[in-house]
Design a protein around this ligand. Structure first.
Ligand code: C5P
Length: 265
């Protein structure tokens, strides 16, 4: 089915690693009945596909064209909560810290970003899309109806990610890994995650193409001290505000019909 992209609303949620934007974006999409784009998963899949093709990502800049070719050609599908690369479920491999690091290396290469652009835009389907990443509002969907920059302090993000990793390591009893007897473990985990996040923040915000930054037209949502539910409520409230702004003025946001949100629930 062909859908004219200018009629489909987008909520763009950008922010640094481990800010919680993925969880928030997914919940907002569910509440609105919109589609969801996890653009980070596409970069992770491209890094994974490049490694599987035998490309050494330590030399990523020297292999830019080869990595871009793999990224453009990879057969990637999101289906029923699974991420399928050439029909194999790679979800758990993509979620590792190592894969995030490799993704951020290839994401700094312009040819790779160009190769992945249309694939991301294809997610813009009726009735609407919530997209999360680093450049959703700046490059992929610059006409998004609502742009949010979702962040939290780096120590808070490291704490959350360390707890997540601890929970994944001990799904039956995550508290034990963070309990007194294991405080050494969690401290070491926290320190490693903090280093990693700082390096990734630096790489993502200093790169020449599509660097992570808060746009002038993006609303800042600092989730330090907020629960996920509170963050979701804030994005939904902004969505309603954009909708009612249209209703009152009779004009879509910024007077630009491409920005219309007309059917949130
Ligand atoms: O969001 P996530 O941590 O899964 O993304 C992995 C990496 O992919 C990020 O560190 C970033 O370098 C890159 N990325 C990007 N642009 C996006 C989404 C992710 O550069 N829109």
């Amino acid at each position: 089915m062909h859908v004219n992209p200018v009629t489909v609303d987008v909520i763009a949620i950008d922010g640094p690693s481990a800010s919680g934007k993925g969880t928030v974006a997914q919940m907002v999409a569910e509440r609105l009945g919109f589609h969801y784009l996890d653009s980070g998963a596409i970069y992770r899949a491209a890094a994974h596909a490049a490694q599987q093709a035998g490309l050494d990502l330590e030399n990523a800049p020297a292999l830019e064209q080869e990595i871009a070719a793999v990224a453009g050609a990879m057969e990637l599908r999101f289906a029923d909560g699974l991420i399928l690369l050439a029909n194999r479920d790679v979800g758990s491999q993509l979620r590792t810290e190592g894969c995030g690091r490799e993704a951020s290396k290839i994401a700094a290469l312009p040819a790779v970003r160009a190769a992945l652009l249309q694939r991301q835009r294809d997610f813009r389907q009726a009735p609407g899309l919530v997209a999360d990443g680093r450049d959703m509002g700046s490059v992929v969907f610059p006409d998004a109806a609502l742009k949010v920059f979702l962040t939290a302090g780096v120590e808070e993000r490291a704490r959350r990610r360390a707890l997540q990793l601890a929970a994944a390591a001990r799904p039956d009893d995550p508290k034990r890994l963070i309990g007194k007897e294991n405080s050494g473990n969690i401290d070491a985990l926290f320190a490693a995650v903090l280093d990693d996040l700082r390096a990734r923040d630096e790489r993502d915000s200093k790169r020449a193409v599509a660097p992570l930054a808060q746009l002038r037209d993006a609303r800042l949502l600092d989730t330090s001290g907020l629960s996920i539910q509170q963050a979701v409520q804030q994005v939904l409230a902004w969505t309603r505000e954009v909708q009612s702004g249209e209703a009152q003025s009779g004009n879509p946001q910024n007077g630009n019909p491409q920005n219309a949100i007309s059917h949130g629930r």
